[in-house]
Design a protein. Structure first.
Length: 203
């Protein structure tokens, strides 16, 4: 079973925690009553952390374990040793379609990751709160254009209704697996080349 750590990044108020809850609980946030407490989704003997959400689920017939982290914007802004970025493999960049300012900050979060993880980090761009269509400030075309610029997939979601939430995390797991497979293939090819060179030297 493969294991992945995914960081959900974005300006405050865009729905990072709500997206994480909707994914981890396999439900939509609108179904939870205001007084209803969230069931614990933590491993035994670990300290509970409201910003960490863990889930096992199947992607393409293979089970995986995903830990989703939703740091605050302030935590992301810390120096490169920031554990949230350093320990994550995949990154969900989130803005609200009802907030142009949150969209305008996406590149800031993207660059924060690139500084720590490199330009080949795995991203997916999310336009959250797509249920708030009447308050839309960011068009789908703008979102798609930014995703092309960043070289990643773009999806509009709603944590309130769970629209495209599972799709988001399923697709980023697929992208992470693809990157890992490519890395292993490159290492194997490099190893074979080194082995042949060694044989030539010995002969």
């Amino acid at each position: 079973m493969d294991q992945w750590t995914i960081a959900v990044l974005g300006e405050g108020g865009v729905g990072k925690t709500e997206l994480s809850i909707a994914f981890a609980l396999n439900t939509f946030v609108g179904a939870l009553l205001p007084s209803q407490s969230m069931p614990p989704i933590i491993m035994p003997d670990e300290e509970p952390d409201p910003q960490f959400f863990r889930k096992q689920f199947v992607v393409d017939n293979h089970m995986c374990f995903v830990e989703v982290r939703a740091p605050t914007a302030g935590q992301v802004a810390k120096p490169p040793e920031n554990e949230f970025l350093a320990e994550a493999q995949g990154f969900v960049l989130v803005y609200s379609i009802a907030s142009r300012s949150s969209f305008d900050r996406i590149e800031e979060f993207h660059q924060a990751v690139v500084r720590v993880k490199g330009a080949d980090a795995v991203f997916i761009l999310i336009g959250n709160k797509c249920d708030e269509r009447l308050d839309r400030e960011v068009s789908k075309d703008d979102g798609a254009a930014l995703a092309r610029q960043l070289g990643c997939e773009f999806v509009e979601t709603s944590a309130k209704t769970a629209q495209n939430v599972d799709r988001t995390f399923t697709n980023i797991v697929r992208a992470l697996r693809q990157k890992e497979a490519q890395s292993l293939a490159t290492q194997n090819h490099s190893g074979k080349g080194k082995k042949k060179k060694k044989n030539c030297i010995i002969l």
